[in-house]
Write a protein of this length. Structure first.
Length: 86
């Protein structure tokens, strides 16, 4: 189903991050999931399950944390692709 939403219209995001073992203050974003409406607990739970079980994402067996994307992260990910999303 095609949506009229555009990537640039995303207002919220959840990121999966890996902590750098040598420097716990450093983390690396390994996945971004954008939302037009504030994600609910079920969205967080569904994303975690999908990332932990779907080989497509390459995170099975990895120790990652989910966190709310900052406005800067959202801007970074939403200005790279101006296409419509479905």
């Amino acid at each position: 189903m095609k949506s009229d939403h555009k990537t640039k219209d995303i207002k919220y995001g959840i990121v999966a991050v890996l902590k750098e073992e040598e420097n716990q203050d450093d983390s690396f974003v390994v996945h971004f999931c954008g939302y037009w409406e504030k994600p609910e607990k079920s969205d967080w739970d569904s994303l975690r399950e999908e990332l932990e079980t779907d080989e497509e994402f390459g995170l099975i067996g990895m120790d990652f944390e989910l966190m709310e994307a900052t406005p800067e992260m959202i801007k970074h990910f939403t200005t790279e692709d101006e296409s419509s999303v479905s």
